[in-house]
Design a protein around this ligand. Sequence first.
Ligand code: SF4
Length: 432
Amino acid sequence: MRSVTINPPRMCQPIGAMYATLGIHAAVPLVHGSQGCAAYPMRMFNRHFREPVQIAVTSLGESASVFGGRDNLIAAINNVITRRKPELISVITTCLSETIGDDIEGIVRETIYDLEETEGKDVVPIVTIHTPSYVGSHVTGYDNALKAFVMHLSKECDESNEKLNIIPGMINPGDIQEIKKMLDLFNVSYTIISDISDTLDAPLIMPKPPFPNGGSTVTEIEKCTDAYGVISLCEHEGGSAAKFLEGKYGMRSNAVCPIGVSKTDQFVEVITDITEKVAPYEIEKERGKLIDAMVDVHQITYGKKAAIFADPDIALGIAEFASELGMEVVVLASSTSSNAFMNAAKEISDGEILNGKDLYDLHKAVKETDADILFGNTMCKKSIPAGEDDVAFVRCGFPVYDRVGYYRYGIMGYHGGIYLLDLITNTILDRN
Ligand code: SF4
Protein backbone atom coordinates (compact mmCIF):
# COMPACT_ATOMS: atom_id res chain seq x y z
CA MET A 1 0.00 0.00 0.00
CA ARG A 2 1.36 3.42 -0.98
CA SER A 3 1.14 6.36 1.39
CA VAL A 4 1.67 8.98 -1.31
CA THR A 5 -0.43 10.07 -4.27
CA ILE A 6 1.33 9.95 -7.64
CA ASN A 7 -0.30 12.22 -10.24
CA PRO A 8 -3.53 13.20 -8.47
CA PRO A 9 -6.67 12.51 -10.47
CA ARG A 10 -8.70 15.34 -9.03
CA MET A 11 -8.68 19.09 -8.59
CA CYS A 12 -9.49 20.96 -5.43
CA GLN A 13 -12.98 21.86 -4.20
CA PRO A 14 -12.86 25.63 -4.91
CA ILE A 15 -12.42 25.05 -8.66
CA GLY A 16 -15.80 23.27 -8.74
CA ALA A 17 -17.42 26.21 -6.92
CA MET A 18 -15.81 28.65 -9.37
CA TYR A 19 -17.08 26.58 -12.33
CA ALA A 20 -20.61 26.77 -10.89
CA THR A 21 -20.39 30.53 -10.24
CA LEU A 22 -19.18 31.25 -13.78
CA GLY A 23 -22.50 29.91 -15.08
CA ILE A 24 -24.44 32.68 -13.32
CA HIS A 25 -24.85 35.95 -15.17
CA ALA A 26 -22.55 38.74 -13.95
CA ALA A 27 -21.39 36.72 -10.96
CA VAL A 28 -17.93 37.04 -9.43
CA PRO A 29 -16.29 34.12 -7.64
CA LEU A 30 -14.39 35.54 -4.66
CA VAL A 31 -11.90 33.04 -3.31
CA HIS A 32 -11.12 33.48 0.38
CA GLY A 33 -7.59 32.15 0.44
CA SER A 34 -4.09 32.71 -0.84
CA GLN A 35 -3.39 34.01 -4.34
CA GLY A 36 -2.42 30.58 -5.64
CA CYS A 37 -5.90 29.23 -4.81
CA ALA A 38 -7.27 31.54 -7.53
CA ALA A 39 -4.31 31.67 -9.93
CA TYR A 40 -4.10 27.93 -10.57
CA PRO A 41 -7.84 27.46 -11.31
CA MET A 42 -7.88 30.61 -13.45
CA ARG A 43 -5.11 29.18 -15.57
CA MET A 44 -6.97 25.89 -15.85
CA PHE A 45 -10.13 27.71 -17.09
CA ASN A 46 -8.10 29.85 -19.52
CA ARG A 47 -6.42 26.82 -21.01
CA HIS A 48 -9.55 24.66 -21.33
CA PHE A 49 -12.10 27.27 -22.44
CA ARG A 50 -9.69 29.76 -24.02
CA GLU A 51 -11.61 32.53 -22.26
CA PRO A 52 -10.27 35.33 -20.02
CA VAL A 53 -11.94 34.16 -16.80
CA GLN A 54 -11.73 36.59 -13.88
CA ILE A 55 -11.63 35.33 -10.30
CA ALA A 56 -11.29 37.63 -7.27
CA VAL A 57 -9.21 36.59 -4.27
CA THR A 58 -8.79 37.87 -0.71
CA SER A 59 -5.01 37.30 -0.93
CA LEU A 60 -4.42 35.92 2.55
CA GLY A 61 -0.79 36.30 3.60
CA GLU A 62 1.20 35.46 6.72
CA SER A 63 -0.58 37.77 9.18
CA ALA A 64 -4.07 36.82 7.95
CA SER A 65 -3.08 33.16 8.30
CA VAL A 66 -2.35 33.77 11.98
CA PHE A 67 -4.89 36.43 12.95
CA GLY A 68 -7.71 35.57 10.55
CA GLY A 69 -8.84 36.88 7.17
CA ARG A 70 -11.76 39.07 8.29
CA ASP A 71 -10.26 42.39 7.12
CA ASN A 72 -9.18 40.93 3.79
CA LEU A 73 -12.66 39.54 3.13
CA ILE A 74 -14.43 42.80 3.97
CA ALA A 75 -12.01 44.79 1.77
CA ALA A 76 -12.38 42.28 -1.09
CA ILE A 77 -16.20 42.37 -1.03
CA ASN A 78 -16.13 46.17 -1.10
CA ASN A 79 -13.61 46.19 -3.95
CA VAL A 80 -15.56 43.70 -6.03
CA ILE A 81 -18.82 45.62 -5.57
CA THR A 82 -17.21 48.97 -6.42
CA ARG A 83 -15.07 47.87 -9.35
CA ARG A 84 -17.03 45.06 -11.01
CA LYS A 85 -20.65 45.92 -10.10
CA PRO A 86 -21.68 42.26 -10.13
CA GLU A 87 -25.16 40.78 -9.74
CA LEU A 88 -23.93 38.08 -7.38
CA ILE A 89 -20.78 37.30 -5.40
CA SER A 90 -19.91 33.81 -4.24
CA VAL A 91 -17.47 33.69 -1.34
CA ILE A 92 -15.56 30.45 -1.78
CA THR A 93 -13.50 29.13 1.11
CA THR A 94 -10.21 27.26 0.77
CA CYS A 95 -8.00 24.97 2.84
CA LEU A 96 -6.48 28.02 4.50
CA SER A 97 -9.61 29.95 5.48
CA GLU A 98 -11.31 26.74 6.66
CA THR A 99 -8.28 25.87 8.78
CA ILE A 100 -8.08 29.38 10.25
CA GLY A 101 -11.78 28.98 11.06
CA ASP A 102 -12.96 32.37 9.77
CA ASP A 103 -16.67 32.91 10.45
CA ILE A 104 -17.46 33.57 6.78
CA GLU A 105 -21.23 33.90 7.25
CA GLY A 106 -20.76 36.32 10.15
CA ILE A 107 -18.26 38.48 8.25
CA VAL A 108 -20.51 38.60 5.17
CA ARG A 109 -23.55 39.53 7.32
CA GLU A 110 -21.55 42.27 9.00
CA THR A 111 -20.32 43.64 5.64
CA ILE A 112 -23.82 43.65 4.14
CA TYR A 113 -25.17 45.40 7.25
CA ASP A 114 -22.50 48.09 7.05
CA LEU A 115 -23.09 48.68 3.34
CA GLU A 116 -26.89 48.76 3.65
CA GLU A 117 -27.43 50.48 6.98
CA THR A 118 -24.41 52.77 7.22
CA GLU A 119 -23.80 53.62 3.60
CA GLY A 120 -27.37 53.17 2.32
CA LYS A 121 -26.34 50.94 -0.57
CA ASP A 122 -28.27 48.07 -2.17
CA VAL A 123 -26.15 44.96 -1.89
CA VAL A 124 -26.32 42.11 -4.39
CA PRO A 125 -26.70 38.55 -3.07
CA ILE A 126 -23.51 37.24 -1.49
CA VAL A 127 -23.54 33.44 -1.27
CA THR A 128 -21.06 31.66 0.99
CA ILE A 129 -19.76 28.29 -0.17
CA HIS A 130 -17.67 26.01 2.03
CA THR A 131 -15.05 24.18 -0.01
CA PRO A 132 -12.26 22.87 2.23
CA SER A 133 -10.01 21.06 -0.17
CA TYR A 134 -8.63 18.49 2.24
CA VAL A 135 -11.90 16.59 1.73
CA GLY A 136 -13.69 15.79 -1.52
CA SER A 137 -12.67 17.24 -4.87
CA HIS A 138 -13.80 19.67 -7.58
CA VAL A 139 -16.89 17.43 -7.87
CA THR A 140 -17.82 18.04 -4.22
CA GLY A 141 -17.07 21.76 -4.64
CA TYR A 142 -19.47 22.08 -7.57
CA ASP A 143 -22.14 20.15 -5.66
CA ASN A 144 -21.70 22.33 -2.55
CA ALA A 145 -21.89 25.49 -4.67
CA LEU A 146 -25.11 24.51 -6.45
CA LYS A 147 -26.73 23.62 -3.14
CA ALA A 148 -25.62 26.94 -1.65
CA PHE A 149 -27.07 28.86 -4.63
CA VAL A 150 -30.50 27.26 -4.49
CA MET A 151 -30.63 27.39 -0.67
CA HIS A 152 -29.69 31.06 -0.61
CA LEU A 153 -31.59 32.35 -3.63
CA SER A 154 -34.70 30.22 -4.19
CA LYS A 155 -38.02 31.70 -3.10
CA GLU A 156 -41.44 30.17 -2.56
CA CYS A 157 -43.76 30.88 -5.53
CA ASP A 158 -47.47 30.19 -5.87
CA GLU A 159 -47.88 29.26 -9.51
CA SER A 160 -46.08 26.90 -11.84
CA ASN A 161 -43.88 28.65 -14.41
CA GLU A 162 -44.17 25.53 -16.60
CA LYS A 163 -40.42 25.21 -16.78
CA LEU A 164 -38.04 22.36 -16.18
CA ASN A 165 -34.93 22.91 -14.06
CA ILE A 166 -31.73 21.36 -15.36
CA ILE A 167 -28.61 21.16 -13.18
CA PRO A 168 -25.83 20.36 -15.62
CA GLY A 169 -22.74 19.60 -13.52
CA MET A 170 -19.19 20.21 -14.76
CA ILE A 171 -19.94 19.62 -18.41
CA ASN A 172 -18.90 21.61 -21.45
CA PRO A 173 -20.71 24.52 -23.15
CA GLY A 174 -21.29 22.18 -26.13
CA ASP A 175 -23.11 19.69 -23.88
CA ILE A 176 -25.41 22.38 -22.52
CA GLN A 177 -26.18 23.48 -26.10
CA GLU A 178 -27.13 19.88 -26.96
CA ILE A 179 -29.45 19.66 -23.95
CA LYS A 180 -31.03 23.02 -24.79
CA LYS A 181 -31.56 21.90 -28.39
CA MET A 182 -33.35 18.74 -27.21
CA LEU A 183 -35.57 20.71 -24.84
CA ASP A 184 -36.36 23.22 -27.60
CA LEU A 185 -37.37 20.33 -29.88
CA PHE A 186 -39.66 19.13 -27.08
CA ASN A 187 -41.00 22.68 -26.80
CA VAL A 188 -40.20 22.64 -23.09
CA SER A 189 -39.17 25.85 -21.33
CA TYR A 190 -36.28 25.43 -18.94
CA THR A 191 -33.96 27.01 -16.43
CA ILE A 192 -30.39 25.80 -16.57
CA ILE A 193 -29.04 26.34 -13.09
CA SER A 194 -25.49 27.42 -13.79
CA ASP A 195 -25.37 27.82 -17.55
CA ILE A 196 -21.82 28.20 -18.88
CA SER A 197 -22.84 27.71 -22.51
CA ASP A 198 -22.36 31.41 -23.33
CA THR A 199 -20.27 32.67 -20.42
CA LEU A 200 -17.40 30.26 -21.09
CA ASP A 201 -17.85 30.17 -24.86
CA ALA A 202 -18.43 33.87 -25.42
CA PRO A 203 -18.22 35.82 -28.68
CA LEU A 204 -15.50 38.44 -29.05
CA ILE A 205 -17.38 41.75 -28.80
CA MET A 206 -15.73 45.17 -28.84
CA PRO A 207 -15.82 47.12 -26.66
CA LYS A 208 -15.59 44.21 -24.27
CA PRO A 209 -18.64 44.08 -21.95
CA PRO A 210 -17.88 43.94 -18.20
CA PHE A 211 -19.40 40.45 -18.08
CA PRO A 212 -20.15 38.01 -20.89
CA ASN A 213 -23.78 37.77 -21.96
CA GLY A 214 -25.60 34.63 -20.91
CA GLY A 215 -25.56 32.56 -17.76
CA SER A 216 -28.49 31.85 -15.44
CA THR A 217 -29.82 35.04 -13.89
CA VAL A 218 -30.32 35.48 -10.18
CA THR A 219 -34.05 35.98 -10.85
CA GLU A 220 -34.26 32.67 -12.70
CA ILE A 221 -32.72 30.87 -9.74
CA GLU A 222 -35.03 32.68 -7.32
CA LYS A 223 -38.01 31.45 -9.34
CA CYS A 224 -36.75 27.93 -10.00
CA THR A 225 -39.03 26.66 -7.23
CA ASP A 226 -42.17 26.86 -9.35
CA ALA A 227 -40.89 24.47 -12.04
CA TYR A 228 -42.39 21.11 -13.07
CA GLY A 229 -39.34 19.32 -11.73
CA VAL A 230 -35.57 19.16 -11.73
CA ILE A 231 -33.14 16.89 -13.57
CA SER A 232 -29.48 16.67 -12.57
CA LEU A 233 -27.34 15.52 -15.47
CA CYS A 234 -24.47 14.60 -13.16
CA GLU A 235 -25.84 13.41 -9.84
CA HIS A 236 -22.52 13.93 -8.03
CA GLU A 237 -22.41 17.53 -9.25
CA GLY A 238 -25.74 19.09 -8.43
CA GLY A 239 -27.66 16.14 -6.96
CA SER A 240 -27.64 17.78 -3.51
CA ALA A 241 -29.28 20.93 -4.92
CA ALA A 242 -31.92 18.80 -6.65
CA LYS A 243 -32.60 16.93 -3.38
CA PHE A 244 -32.93 20.28 -1.59
CA LEU A 245 -35.50 21.50 -4.14
CA GLU A 246 -37.36 18.21 -3.84
CA GLY A 247 -37.34 18.27 -0.03
CA LYS A 248 -38.21 21.94 0.46
CA TYR A 249 -40.59 22.59 -2.44
CA GLY A 250 -41.90 19.11 -3.21
CA MET A 251 -40.42 19.28 -6.71
CA ARG A 252 -39.96 16.08 -8.72
CA SER A 253 -36.28 15.25 -8.94
CA ASN A 254 -34.46 12.88 -11.29
CA ALA A 255 -30.82 12.20 -12.10
CA VAL A 256 -29.72 10.95 -15.50
CA CYS A 257 -26.54 11.56 -17.48
CA PRO A 258 -27.59 11.39 -21.16
CA ILE A 259 -24.48 9.89 -22.75
CA GLY A 260 -25.06 7.05 -25.24
CA VAL A 261 -28.31 5.55 -26.46
CA SER A 262 -29.91 4.01 -23.37
CA LYS A 263 -29.05 6.91 -21.05
CA THR A 264 -30.38 9.44 -23.56
CA ASP A 265 -33.50 7.28 -23.92
CA GLN A 266 -33.90 7.55 -20.15
CA PHE A 267 -33.45 11.32 -20.32
CA VAL A 268 -36.17 11.55 -22.99
CA GLU A 269 -38.48 9.36 -20.86
CA VAL A 270 -37.91 11.54 -17.79
CA ILE A 271 -38.74 14.71 -19.76
CA THR A 272 -41.90 13.07 -21.09
CA ASP A 273 -42.82 11.84 -17.66
CA ILE A 274 -42.35 15.19 -15.92
CA THR A 275 -43.74 17.50 -18.60
CA GLU A 276 -46.27 15.11 -20.21
CA LYS A 277 -44.96 16.19 -23.62
CA VAL A 278 -44.39 13.60 -26.30
CA ALA A 279 -40.96 13.31 -27.94
CA PRO A 280 -41.16 14.91 -31.40
CA TYR A 281 -40.08 13.18 -34.61
CA GLU A 282 -36.85 15.26 -34.70
CA ILE A 283 -35.68 13.53 -31.50
CA GLU A 284 -36.53 10.13 -32.96
CA LYS A 285 -34.61 11.07 -36.11
CA GLU A 286 -31.49 12.04 -34.15
CA ARG A 287 -31.70 8.72 -32.28
CA GLY A 288 -31.96 6.84 -35.56
CA LYS A 289 -28.92 8.67 -36.94
CA LEU A 290 -26.89 7.72 -33.88
CA ILE A 291 -27.88 4.05 -34.22
CA ASP A 292 -27.02 4.19 -37.93
CA ALA A 293 -23.61 5.71 -37.15
CA MET A 294 -22.97 2.95 -34.58
CA VAL A 295 -23.82 0.25 -37.11
CA ASP A 296 -21.58 1.90 -39.71
CA VAL A 297 -18.46 1.61 -37.55
CA HIS A 298 -19.17 -1.43 -35.40
CA GLN A 299 -16.37 -3.43 -37.05
CA ILE A 300 -13.92 -0.79 -35.80
CA THR A 301 -15.22 -0.36 -32.26
CA TYR A 302 -16.34 -3.94 -31.52
CA GLY A 303 -14.14 -5.91 -29.13
CA LYS A 304 -11.83 -3.01 -28.25
CA LYS A 305 -10.68 -2.94 -24.65
CA ALA A 306 -11.55 0.43 -23.12
CA ALA A 307 -10.09 2.20 -20.08
CA ILE A 308 -12.23 5.14 -18.98
CA PHE A 309 -11.35 7.96 -16.57
CA ALA A 310 -13.60 10.95 -15.82
CA ASP A 311 -15.74 12.52 -13.13
CA PRO A 312 -18.08 9.84 -11.74
CA ASP A 313 -21.24 10.42 -13.78
CA ILE A 314 -19.41 11.13 -17.03
CA ALA A 315 -17.24 8.02 -16.56
CA LEU A 316 -20.35 5.86 -16.05
CA GLY A 317 -22.07 7.44 -19.09
CA ILE A 318 -19.09 6.85 -21.38
CA ALA A 319 -18.74 3.29 -20.06
CA GLU A 320 -22.36 2.52 -20.96
CA PHE A 321 -21.85 3.97 -24.42
CA ALA A 322 -18.61 2.00 -24.87
CA SER A 323 -20.53 -1.18 -23.97
CA GLU A 324 -23.22 -0.26 -26.51
CA LEU A 325 -20.42 0.00 -29.10
CA GLY A 326 -19.35 -3.56 -28.31
CA MET A 327 -16.26 -2.54 -26.38
CA GLU A 328 -15.09 -4.34 -23.28
CA VAL A 329 -14.69 -1.88 -20.40
CA VAL A 330 -11.53 -3.23 -18.74
CA VAL A 331 -10.86 -0.19 -16.52
CA LEU A 332 -13.46 2.20 -15.14
CA ALA A 333 -11.99 5.03 -13.08
CA SER A 334 -13.56 7.97 -11.27
CA SER A 335 -11.73 11.17 -10.34
CA THR A 336 -13.63 11.20 -7.05
CA SER A 337 -14.29 8.35 -4.66
CA SER A 338 -17.98 7.53 -4.19
CA ASN A 339 -20.05 4.51 -3.16
CA ALA A 340 -22.69 5.35 -5.75
CA PHE A 341 -20.01 5.26 -8.47
CA MET A 342 -18.64 1.95 -7.17
CA ASN A 343 -22.06 0.28 -7.17
CA ALA A 344 -23.01 1.55 -10.62
CA ALA A 345 -19.58 0.73 -12.07
CA LYS A 346 -19.86 -2.92 -10.95
CA GLU A 347 -23.11 -3.18 -12.91
CA ILE A 348 -21.42 -2.00 -16.11
CA SER A 349 -17.95 -3.55 -15.97
CA ASP A 350 -16.33 -6.78 -14.79
CA GLY A 351 -12.97 -5.08 -15.19
CA GLU A 352 -10.90 -3.06 -12.76
CA ILE A 353 -12.79 -0.30 -10.93
CA LEU A 354 -10.64 2.59 -9.69
CA ASN A 355 -12.69 4.60 -7.23
CA GLY A 356 -10.83 7.88 -6.65
CA LYS A 357 -7.41 6.24 -7.16
CA ASP A 358 -4.56 8.27 -8.67
CA LEU A 359 -3.34 8.41 -12.26
CA TYR A 360 -0.41 6.13 -11.45
CA ASP A 361 -2.96 3.40 -10.64
CA LEU A 362 -4.70 4.22 -13.91
CA HIS A 363 -1.37 3.89 -15.73
CA LYS A 364 -0.77 0.46 -14.14
CA ALA A 365 -4.30 -0.70 -14.96
CA VAL A 366 -4.05 0.43 -18.60
CA LYS A 367 -0.80 -1.49 -18.92
CA GLU A 368 -1.93 -4.67 -17.13
CA THR A 369 -5.22 -4.92 -19.01
CA ASP A 370 -3.57 -4.16 -22.34
CA ALA A 371 -6.25 -1.55 -23.09
CA ASP A 372 -6.69 -0.46 -26.72
CA ILE A 373 -8.35 2.86 -26.00
CA LEU A 374 -8.16 5.33 -23.12
CA PHE A 375 -10.74 8.04 -22.39
CA GLY A 376 -9.65 10.91 -20.16
CA ASN A 377 -8.63 14.53 -19.77
CA THR A 378 -5.23 15.89 -20.78
CA MET A 379 -3.65 14.80 -17.51
CA CYS A 380 -4.40 11.16 -18.40
CA LYS A 381 -1.86 11.26 -21.20
CA LYS A 382 0.66 10.25 -18.54
CA SER A 383 -1.31 7.06 -18.03
CA ILE A 384 -0.47 5.69 -21.46
CA PRO A 385 2.36 3.22 -20.85
CA ALA A 386 5.69 4.22 -22.40
CA GLY A 387 6.19 2.76 -25.86
CA GLU A 388 2.50 1.87 -26.26
CA ASP A 389 1.73 4.41 -28.94
CA ASP A 390 -1.05 2.25 -30.32
CA VAL A 391 -3.33 3.07 -27.35
CA ALA A 392 -5.96 5.40 -28.82
CA PHE A 393 -6.45 8.39 -26.53
CA VAL A 394 -9.89 10.03 -26.62
CA ARG A 395 -9.83 13.36 -24.85
CA CYS A 396 -12.89 14.15 -22.75
CA GLY A 397 -13.82 15.85 -19.47
CA PHE A 398 -12.06 18.79 -17.83
CA PRO A 399 -9.40 20.01 -18.39
CA VAL A 400 -8.45 19.38 -22.00
CA TYR A 401 -5.69 21.88 -22.81
CA ASP A 402 -3.41 20.10 -25.23
CA ARG A 403 -5.95 20.40 -28.05
CA VAL A 404 -8.32 23.25 -28.91
CA GLY A 405 -12.07 23.42 -29.21
CA TYR A 406 -13.17 20.32 -27.29
CA TYR A 407 -15.40 22.41 -25.01
CA ARG A 408 -17.41 23.53 -28.03
CA TYR A 409 -18.77 20.07 -28.84
CA GLY A 410 -21.22 18.13 -26.73
CA ILE A 411 -21.05 14.40 -26.08
CA MET A 412 -24.52 14.38 -24.49
CA GLY A 413 -27.78 13.56 -26.24
CA TYR A 414 -28.16 11.56 -29.46
CA HIS A 415 -26.46 14.20 -31.56
CA GLY A 416 -23.60 14.52 -29.06
CA GLY A 417 -23.33 10.72 -29.20
CA ILE A 418 -22.63 10.93 -32.93
CA TYR A 419 -19.82 13.43 -32.28
CA LEU A 420 -18.35 11.18 -29.56
CA LEU A 421 -18.63 8.13 -31.79
CA ASP A 422 -16.83 9.87 -34.67
CA LEU A 423 -14.16 11.03 -32.26
CA ILE A 424 -13.66 7.50 -30.93
CA THR A 425 -13.60 5.91 -34.37
CA ASN A 426 -11.25 8.44 -35.91
CA THR A 427 -8.90 8.23 -32.93
CA ILE A 428 -8.75 4.44 -33.35
CA LEU A 429 -8.20 4.80 -37.11
CA ASP A 430 -5.37 7.28 -36.50
CA ARG A 431 -3.51 4.53 -34.65
CA ASN A 432 -3.77 2.09 -37.56
S1 SF4 B 1 -5.72 22.61 -2.47
FE1 SF4 B 1 -6.24 24.14 -0.91
S2 SF4 B 1 -4.40 25.47 -0.81
FE2 SF4 B 1 -4.28 24.32 -2.74
S3 SF4 B 1 -5.23 25.63 -4.29
FE3 SF4 B 1 -6.82 24.27 -3.50
S4 SF4 B 1 -7.80 25.40 -1.83
FE4 SF4 B 1 -5.84 26.42 -2.28
